[in-house]
Design a binder for this molecule. Structure first.
Ligand code: AHM
Ligand code: MG
Length: 337
């Protein structure tokens, strides 16, 4: 018999009904976010046609060029989420500071952190991009959320997820009871359950890294990548290199097929300390939550991503994420260094 047809809304609602104490607040919040995802998806699909291609000429807090679609996605999420009464504060990769909920709206008990359009430097070439989100419960007193409500360890996440705008639009989320994927049917405007209870393979055959940075890496990382290229059928080598350059797309493929994604710390000229590129709160933490729920691992090489205590909103970390045996093996190389 063919699979049941389940919308993401029904899936979220049924999960909520397992928790008699639930108020429906989180469900309402996710519904608002799903609406924003549909609006962004529609606009991303029109990117080649619309007049909005090109750059605004402005830079975000990381010094990256901000394309109009980044601004659009950021704005859509804000406008879908500010008035629902579920949130007390938001923070976005595109904004320097926390984003308060306007005083005219009632405040809720949740905190939303998001990267509105990850990988957007690829958009002009029709390469997949994505939205990443992360939800926490408010922890401070009072109705307004604060920066303290946003600076949270990943293990405290209530929900994490992403939407990848690719050959189809796919939404993947976890509320701590497995990872579930839904594909948008554009004809009916609904996300339908397509990937129930995703488990990532324990070991893969893919590695994803920007190898152009090889000279900036530490010895352990270099040795590990060289090891993956050696020919040894008994240990499944060589691995295949796959790197889109859009984190959500690289992550989504590896989640389904297995493998390892690495953005290690790089020793850059003029900087005394090696630095990661990806942002802890908007990229690493939500994807780490998902990968662990799917049976994988995420680390900086030194610590578990989900246990990092953030110091500031736009903190960057090295990110090594994927199949458990692959990440463990990487750690082995790093420790031998
Ligand atoms: P962005 O959030 O400004 O789009 O940057 C993050 C992106 C990730 O999607 C991707 O994994 C990474 O940057 C690619 O970086 P690089 O071009 O250095 O390989
Ligand atoms: Mg990003």
């Amino acid at each position: 018999m063919s699979q049941k047809i389940v919308t993401v809304q029904r899936h979220v609602l049924e999960a909520q009904q397992q928790h008699p104490e639930a108020t429906g607040d989180l469900t309402g919040l996710l519904w608002d976010l799903i609406l924003a995802a549909k609006v962004i998806s529609c606009q991303v699909n029109k990117a080649g046609l619309a007049q909005i291609l090109g750059l605004t000429g402005s830079h975000n807090v990381h010094g990256d060029e901000v394309t109009k679609l980044d601004v659009f996605a950021n704005d859509v999420i804000y406008r879908a989420m500010d008035h629902g009464g579920h949130l007390c504060v938001m923070a976005s990769e595109e904004a320097d500071d926390i984003i308060p909920i306007p005083s005219r709206f009632s405040k809720g008990k949740y905190v939303l952190l998001f990267d509105p359009l990850d990988g957007s430097s690829n958009i002009d070439a029709n390469v997949s991009v994505g939205t990443i989100f992360s939800i926490y419960r408010k922890k401070t007193l009072g109705s307004d959320g604060t920066v303290e409500d946003c600076l949270r360890k990943g293990i405290e996440q209530v929900v994490a997820g992403y939407i990848v705008y690719g050959s189809s639009t796919v939404l993947v989320y976890s509320a701590g009871y497995g990872v579930h994927g839904f594909t948008l049917d554009p004809a009916i405007g609904e996300f339908l359950l397509s990937h129930p209870d995703i488990k990532t393979p324990k070991k893969g055959k893919i590695y994803s890294v920007n190898e152009g940075n090889v000279l900036q890496w530490d010895e352990g990382t270099r040795k590990y990548i060289n090891y993956l290229k050696e020919d040894d059928a008994a240990t499944g080598r060589p691995y295949s290199a796959r790197y889109v350059g859009s984190l959500v797309a690289d992550f989504h493929r590896n989640l389904l097929y297995g493998g390892i994604f690495l953005y290690p710390a790089g020793h850059k000229k003029g900087k005394d300390k090696p630095q990661g590129k990806l942002r802890l709160l908007y990229e690493a933490s939500p994807l780490a939550f998902l990968v662990e729920q799917a049976g994988g691992m995420a680390t900086t090489g030194r610590e578990r991503i989900l246990e990092i205590e953030p110091e500031h909103l736009h903190q960057r970390v090295p990110l090594i994420i994927g199949s458990e045996q692959d990440v463990q093996q990487y750690l082995g190389f790093l420790n031998q260094g």
